[in-house]
Each structure stands twice: as structure tokens, then as C-alpha cells.
Design a protein around this ligand. Structure first.
Ligand SMILES: NC(=O)c1ccc[n+]([C@@H]2O[C@H](COP(=O)([O-])OP(=O)(O)OC[C@H]3O[C@@H](n4cnc5c(N)ncnc54)[C@H](O)[C@@H]3O)[C@@H](O)[C@H]2O)c1
Length: 493
């Protein structure tokens, strides 16, 4: 079973953050030091005093290894629990280790009340702690997943820990986990829906015998393909208890999710997104559907999956244009509420390619936060429409020559400029937004030849807008958007 181990110097808040994590991920919490005390029938200071540190470390190793048979849990470790190589190997093969780090001053403030409970720090706390940190510096530095806890409340640190772990439990619309991890850790499923491009590279990895391979592309996101899906479910004997997997980009996810929501009045599905856009956007939030000749996504349902596994290694086969396109949504998520993510995007596409896991983890966390607050788009979920009011219209008028993300980049710049013109944002914001898209090789201007009246008409008929005023999500600063109703659409362009 894969656990989540919290590790780091004493005083970093492993237990407090661990309990918060356990609560939001709906997992059990285990404090390994308490387990050792229970097993020994005495406190850690007593063990140390009566039996010495080596005996304590042996008990620690035994308590750790006993976790192999426990179900998945959040485990707070003692500050030196992974000094022994065998312990570290055990933890890293049985789960993920997240290191909590803090400055000496933070630790001193937190520990000065309780040094009596920590035998390795008794006496002159400052000099003991300084030398302990010095001795373990290299050891702590060697862990890759880190959260610095200084100056932030435990809730914020726990959220950051979740982002870095790529672990979320959603409950606002259905209950499901979203996990950044390998597709090899998949629960049972009966049938795979995928498309021809994805099948070529990734179908075999799933080791599930039955599948249907759809033609790729938005032009097939229609009722005909949905009927084909229903029929193939029947032909393959799927019943109300069956679970299907959507292995693909947003097109496959939307259609497989919709077919699952209607087949026998609804069966379970698991999302395995394979494009950047679907990892950070389409696979999250429970919206499923398909297109009519009259417009995109006109028919659909809310039917969240039972699980989403985002495996960033699947993106290595994605054509570069698709990766760029997905980055437009990532930048958007940075603008909505993660300035650090936005700054990372400024480093350009090569950096992104080398750091896909971090990009996916950060960007998905923004969408998850928004949809958990407002699952049915009664209010703030509309913030996710940043760049989309102009962007959708531009995409439509380009007759889908522009990829979705390319149109969204153009739309976001146009909306940022408008936001500056009406005094909501300053020009610095427009420059920053433009720079980020440029760094990723995304377009920033509405094509010269594209008639402005057509774009305005397209904005008006877009299904999400009510007739009189159109609601825009306008950027105010990096990390903040505001919902604004606009009546004079000419002024936007
Ligand atoms: N449900 C939602 O909330 C939501 C949100 C945003 C977008 N969407 C929908 O998502 C769709 C767009 O999704 P998309 O951009 O993922 O498009 P897509 O599913 O068409 O995938 C893009 C292309 O990449 C190929 N591909 C996918 N994964 C690959 C991989 N790992 N390696 C090689 N090729 C791969 C596909 O075959 C396709 O040709 C739209 O239909 C949009 O309406 C839905």
C-alpha cells in the first residue's frame, strides 16, 4: 500500500499538518512516535534514558516496517526516522516522502516550550538544534518533495503539501480522488474508451482486455460517436456495476463520461487524462458532453468520475502544439490564483517540458480549489472563463484552425487589455500576461484578417452568455480575477 510520509526536523508541524492532510484526503493518520510509545509502554524520553538511542532506533525501524500491511495512511515520522538507509528505502518504496522544512528561528519559537519532551534537544535548545540541523543538512536536502513552512498557518502548509504530493479528495460533486501518479497503480475496471492516437502509445500500459478505439478529434465529439460507445458497452456485456476508463484528452473524457452518465442510468468511470489540457482542466469538475452541429458542448451532464489519475509521463508523446495549447490553461490558472505558477510559466516551453509534473500538480490544484468552492458554477467557478469569452469566439471564427489554447491565449491578452482600459488592472499586468504566452510560443493577437464584428457576434451567441450583458472574468492582478458584466462588447475589442 502506498502511504504518505511526512518527514523533517522537529518542530516543523508534521503531526499538525498530517492530521489536516488526513482529514482532507479522508485517510487515516498515524503518528509513528506514538506507535513506538504504545509498543514500548513508555514515553520516548524514557526509552532513550533507559535503553539508549540505538534501542529507540530499532523500535522505530520495527514500527515503520509494520506499516507495510496497513491500509493507505498519512504518517508523521520522527525527525531522524529516515537516517537509517533501510528505513528510507522502506518509506520510498512503500509511499511518498514529503519533507517539511523551516528556518532555525521558526523551529526555536515552536520548540522552546517542549524541549523536555524531546530528549535529543534537552539542555541548550539553540545550540542543540543548530548542531542537529547542521549534522542532518545533507540528509534533509536529499529529499525532493519539500514544503517550507515558515510564516504560514498550518492550513496553508497542508494545502501546499497536497499540491506538491498531487493528492486531492473532491467532495463538492460526488466523492473522488485525484492523484498525480503512475497509471500502473490502477484499480479494477472493465473497459477502456480511448482514441486512435492515444491507443498507439499508451493502451497496452493499462492491461485491460476490452476497449473501443475512437477516431481522434473534436469533429468526432458528436452523437454518432456517443451511440457507438453505448453500443460497444452493450456488446461487451457492461452492466450497471461496470466501470469504464476514459484514456485520452478532453474529447475522449467528455464523451466517455457522458456515455457513462447515461448508459443504464449511469455507470462508474475513471479518468486517465493524456493531454495537458485534460490533466489540468477537462478531467476535473464532472462536466461531460458532446457537440451539436449548432455549437460545442451543447448536450451534457454533470457526472464526476470515481477517480482521476494524471500521469505526467503520458505527456511525453503529446505533439508539441497540443502541449503549448494546454499551457494556455496553465497560465490562466496561474493568473486566477497561483502567482508562483505564473512566474514558472515565464521560463518558457523547454522548462515546462523538463518540469511537467510540477506544472500539472500546481495547475490542477487551482481548478480543484475553484470547483470545490462552486461545483455548479453559481458564482466563482466562472473565474475559469478567464480568456474564454473572447477566446471561444476567436476559436469559432477561425473555424477551429486555432487550437483551443491558442485562442485562449489570444483571448486572455485581449481581456487583460480591456481590464487595463477600464481601470481594473495596470499595464504591467498586460505586459506580464503577454510575456508569458510569448515565452511559451503562443499567439497573443487576434489575427489581422479576422473580422471584429464576427467575433462580437460569436461572443453574443456563445451558450454561456445571457442576452443583455456578458459576464467576463477579468484579470485584476496576477493571482486575482473579478467577474464583470459587460454590455458594450465593441469596447472589449
Ligand atoms: N469537461 C470539461 O470541463 C472540459 C474543460 C475543458 C475542455 N473540455 C473539452 O476538452 C476538449 C479538448 O481536449 P484536448 O485538448 O485534450 O483535445 P483532444 O482530446 O482532442 O486531444 C488532442 C489531440 O491529442 C491527441 N492525444 C491525446 N493524448 C495524447 C498523447 N498522450 N500522446 C499523443 N497524442 C495524444 C488526441 O488524439 C488528439 O488528436 C474539448 O472538446 C473541450 O470542449 C472539457
Amino acid at each position: 500500500m502506498k502511504h504518505i510520509f511526512l518527514y523533517g526536523p522537529p518542530g516543523t508541524g508534521k503531526s499538525t499538518i498530517g492530521k489536516l492532510l488526513a482529514r482532507s484526503l479522508k485517510l487515516p493518520f498515524i503518528d509513528l512516535d506514538r506507535v513506538i510509545e504504545m509498543n514500548a509502554g513508555m514515553s520516548i524520553p524514557q526509552i532513550m534514558e533507559q535503553q539508549g538511542e540505538t534501542a529507540f532506533r530499532d523500535m522505530e525501524t520495527a514500527a515503520l516496517k509494520a506499516l507495510a500491511t496497513e491500509k493507505e495512511s498519512i504518517i508523521a515520522l520522527g525527525g531522524g526516522a529516515l537516517l537509517r538507509e533501510e528505513n528510507r528505502v522502506f518509506a520510498e518504496t512503500n509511499g511518498k516522502v514529503l519533507l517539511l522544512m523551516a528556518e532555525l528561528q521558526t523551529l526555536l519559537e515552536r520548540l522552546h516550550h517542549e524541549s523536555g519532551k524531546r530528549p535529543l534537544l534537552s539542555g541548550d535548545l539553540k545550540s542543540k538544534l543548530t548542531s542537529l540541523l547542521e549534522k542532518r543538512r545533507e540528509h534533509y536536502n536529499s529529499f525532493l518533495l519539500k514544503v517550507h513552512v515558515d510564516g504560514k498557518p498550518a492550513e496553508q502548509n497542508a494545502h501546499h503539501a497536497q499540491v506538491m504530493l498531487g493528492r486531492h479528495h473532491l467532495s463538492a460533486m460526488g466523492e473522488y480522488d485525484v492523484i498525480v501518479g503512475q497509471v500502473s497503480n490502477l484499480p479494477h475496471a472493465d473497459f477502456i474508451v480511448t482514441d486512435e492516437n492515444v491507443a498507439k502509445h499508451h493502451l497496452e500500459k493499462l492491461n485491460i482486455a476490452k476497449s473501443v478505439i475512437l477516431p481522434a478529434g473534436e469533429e468526432h465529439k458528436n452523437l454518432e460517436t456517443i451511440s457507438r460507445l453505448w453500443k460497444s458497452f452493450l456488446e461487451n456485456g457492461l452492466d450497471r456495476k461496470s466501470t469504464i476508463i476514459a484514456l485520452g484528452g478532453g474529447v475522449v473524457g467528455d464523451m466517455a463520461g457522458f456515455a457513462a452518465s447515461t448508459y443504464m442510468r449511469g455507470i462508474n468511470w475513471i479518468g486517465i487524462p493524456t493531454t495537458l489540457l485534460s490533466m489540468v482542466d477537462a478531467s476535473l469538475g464532472g462536466k461531460t458532453g458532446f457537440d451539436l452541429p449548432e455549437g460545442k458542448n451543447l448536450i451534457g451532464s454533470f457526472h464526476p468520475p470515481k477517480l482521476v489519475i494524471a500521469d505526467p509521463s503520458l505527456l511525453l508523446t503529446l505533439p508539441e502544439r497540443e502541449l503549448r495549447s494546454g499551457m494556455a490553461e496553465v497560465v490562466k490558472h496561474g493568473i486566477i490564483s497561483d502567482p508562483e505558477l505564473f512566474n514558472l510559466c515565464l521560463r518558457g516551453l523547454d522548462w515546462v517540458k523538463d518540469n511537467l509534473e510540477e506544472v500539472v500538480k500546481r495547475a490542477m490544484a487551482v481548478k480543484i480549489k475553484v470547483i470545490e468552492e462552486d461545483p455548479y458554477e453559481k458564482g466563482f467557478r466562472a473565474a475559469l472563463n478567464l480568456g474564454h469569452t473572447v477566446g471561444h469566439a476567436v476559436e469559432l471564427v477561425s473555424k477551429f484552425e486555432l487550437r483551443h489554447g491558442e485562442a485562449i491565449a489570444i483571448g486572455t491578452v485581449a481581456e487583460a487589455k480591456y481590464s487595463a482600459r477600464v481601470g481594473l488592472a495596470d499595464v504591467g499586468l498586460v505586459e506580464a500576461v503577454t510575456e508569458s504566452f510569448k515565452a511559451l510560443g503562443l499567439p497573443i493577437q487576434i489575427p489581422e484578417e479576422m473580422p471584429r464584428e464576427e467575433i462580437i457576434r460569436a461572443m453574443r451567441v456563445d451558450k454561456k452568455k445571457n442576452a443583455k450583458a456578458i459576464r467576463f472574468a477579468l484579470p485584476v492582478e496576477i493571482g486575482k480575477v473579478e467577474l464583470v458584466d459587460v454590455t458594450d462588447l465593441e469596447s472589449v475589442l
